[in-house]
Ligand binder design. Sequence first.
Ligand code: UTP
Length: 407
Amino acid sequence: MKDSVREKIEKYHQEHLLDYMSRLDEAGQSRLEEQLENIDWTLLDLLQAGEKKRTRGTFSPIGAVSIEAIAKKKVEYTEAGLAAIRAGKVGALLLAGGQGTRLGCTGPKGSFNIGITHDLFIFEQLFANTLEVVRQAQAWIPFYIMTSDKNHEDTVRFLTEHHFFGYNGEYVKFFRQEMAPSTDFEGHLLLEAPDRLALSPNGNGGWFTSFEKAGLVEDAKERGVEWLNCFAVDNVLQRIADPCFIGAVLDGGYTSGAKVVSKADPEEHVGVLCLEDGRPSIVEYYESSHEMNYARDPEGNLLYRFGVILNYLFRIDRLQSQEGERMPVHIVEKKIPYIDPDGTLHKPEKPNGYKFETLILDMVHRMDDCLAYEVEREREFAPVKNKTGVDSVETARELLKKNGIEL
Ligand code: UTP
């Protein structure tokens, strides 16, 4: 074993790995060793330092451009957005590296079929939404797709077989996000096979680093792309590269924008856009106090009412200027399948360890400003997170139908 790996094992008290290693043949040992060489060990420092609780600054409400205000300037914003798209300045960036564990589908979440009487795959709906803008602008929009080791091959195969659902394949580029290790509650690295660490995608906040490592900042520059519209795979009503949104951000001279919806009720489980020490920031529902949830303005509106729907516009040069600054790492308790030293696989029923994730919502706090752009929930927000109940296949189908999409 290389000295560098042995030193890490000792430094981070991971001697249990030696036990696993000793049961492997030479090829297995070198596979595991290679993984150990490549993981980000400093994540374990965070665990040791007990950085589970983040200290936050002082929050205050943020203003938004309201649905009514947008309606008044719709033509102007839309024209400005279309001009930017025609000039090749806008790219779409689909975050599709997640595992979709709540939905529990086999294969990438985007390949989930939400149709009833005919096939309608999530990816198909997202491309259809983008194609509407392509037709309006009469210009193709570069479409970047982030995958992870868990779903890369399946995603590429699925989309290639379906000819990108009519999208121009020359404008579609894939890149993989990085993987992070997982540990048990004592901080011991878990293995998912005798010669393999239990690795999982490192959260959607790592997208820019991975995008850059894949040489795609260069690709974007060559194409003249200055802005990226980042969005989640699971919102089937997602407006992608929405010209009106782009126009509003450009018109206001902002460096970023976030689509928001008014919270349905004070306790809704949604991240809220606000200001933190004067900078834009998102407070997750589990971080938000009762006081913050229920505070109202003199008109009776919730003060912190702008829930984010994972649709952001970022200026690439602003993201580049923050390179080197580490994103906050969220240490999350999860159910992590693992093998014991005898090689028996366990699939826990309740959380048994930690995963390490960075989140795209933390990127907003690094921007100087962020336009909160309010949209109608019923027209733009139909996330498919769960099989049934809230934010599920059922609710998304209802919303698709309401928006005139035949299922
Ligand atoms: P979610 O937080 O809903 O996670 O991701 P998920 O993996 O899709 O689903 P669960 O939590 O396992 O049920 C929001 C968006 O971020 C992407 C997802 O693909 C989705 O578009 N994502 C998430 C990544 O691209 N990478 C990640 O590591 C995590």
